[in-house]
Design a binder for this molecule. Structure first.
Ligand code: NDP
Length: 332
């Protein structure tokens, strides 16, 4: 089977030459393990951080070793109690065609309950991030006006819709193309949206939220964060989920320059990691699963075909080529 190795640590934007697709023998599962043939794998922004050789909340990818990440596949051999051959599992052995996984770290998923790709997106890690970030980290309450950046992406599109479903007074989103902006309004029901590439974010946000915002769900950082600080109302809250605008930068960001606003407005800003919110998983799956089934919460996916295109899919996601969750399909 083929697997992707990181072969050089990227400086700034990753280049295709930083990665290599290598053929390796398919391993036998050991005691308690399963062998999975992957059907779908996830490419996510946080993987960019793991390409740097810095200590973080997840250890860096090792050079000349397979990268890892979320994936869903079919069990083709099993030494794990309770996981049968033919079962579908969600696990962390992505970036490869075949993965040997500890049965305890594989979660059985049912394609009859929801399409397999959704366990990586709307009902998976990015979905829980949106749910927990809005409801727990940002302490969202009915009547709040919510601004979310990266709003046409996996996390952002779900944040905006959950806010609407939970009674937000106004939901505003920003995204990087006019097509995405149209989607936010017409399909996801945002009250206002703008293309951050069309002009200064602060001006466009003021126009979209003339009465200010109570919550900023930050996926982007930099100029977006600065704009949100000036539009936040007294006692406003920021959930710091991601700062994708700086992941590939080699210089520190120029913004925000207005942090002093925290004082007079008594703002609260809290960083989050989705793994801290696993206690919400059952409630999330039930509530959001029902919204998805009833068509109340819409989702899109961008599915790139072929393990050989996985790096291109990852880079494309960083460039904004995805609408909704970016997924690689390995089922050829
Ligand atoms: P998305 O589906 O949102 O894909 C990334 C998007 O980021 C792109 O489509 C692009 O859309 C946008 N983007 C890229 N560069 C910039 C830029 N310079 N300025 C503004 N937008 C940019 O990815 P996810 O939904 O998976 O992740 C969204 C955010 O959430 C990321 O910051 C990620 O790191 C974070 N995250 C954090 C987690 C946590 O536990 N803290 C867990 C999961 C995700 P566009 O066309 O609009 O530019």
């Amino acid at each position: 089977g083929r697997e992707w190795h990181l072969v050089a640590r990227p400086q700034g934007w990753p280049k295709p030459e930083d990665f290599a697709l290598r053929e390796v023998p398919v391993a036998e599962p050991g005691p308690g393990q399963v062998l999975v043939r992957n059907l779908y794998m996830s490419v996510d922004p946080y993987m960019r951080g793991r390409m740097n050789d810095v200590k973080s909340y997840v250890p860096p990818f090792q050079l000349d070793q397979p990268m890892e990440g979320g994936a869903v596949g079919t069990v083709i051999a099993s030494n794990a109690e309770g996981i049968a051959v033919g079962a579908h599992v969600l696990h962390f052995g992505g970036w490869r065609e075949y993965a040997v996984v500890d049965g305890k770290r594989a979660v059985t998923v049912d394609p009859e309950v929801a399409p397999l790709t959704t366990y990586l997106g709307v009902l998976g890690m990015t979905g829980l991030t949106a749910y927990a970030g809005l409801l727990e980290v940002a302490s969202f309450k009915e009547g709040d006006a919510v601004f979310v950046s990266g709003a046409a992406g996996a996390v952002g599109s779900e944040v905006g819709q959950i806010a609407k479903l939970k009674g937000a007074s106004r939901v505003i989103g920003s995204a990087g193309s006019d097509e995405k902006v149209r989607l936010l309004i017409e399909e996801y029901g945002f009250d206002a949206a703008f293309n951050y590439k069309n002009g200064p974010v602060a001006e466009q946000l003021k126009e979209a939220a003339p009465d200010g915002i109570d919550v900023y769900f930050d996926n982007v950082g930099g100029e977006h964060l600065e704009a949100a600080l000036s539009s936040l109302k007294v006692h406003g809250r920021i959930a710091t989920c991601g700062m994708i605008s700086i992941y590939n930068e080699t210089e520190p960001p120029a913004a925000p320059r207005n942090m002093a606003l925290f004082i007079g407005k008594r703002l609260r800003m809290q960083g989050m990691l989705v793994n801290d919110h696993n206690h919400l998983q059952p409630q999330f799956f039930e509530e959001v699963g029902a919204w998805v089934r009833d068509g109340k919460l819409r989702y899109r996916e961008t599915v790139v075909k072929g393990v050989d295109n996985a790096v291109e899919a990852f880079l494309g996601m960083l460039r904004g080529e995805n609408i909704g969750k970016m997924i690689v399909s390995l089922d050829s």
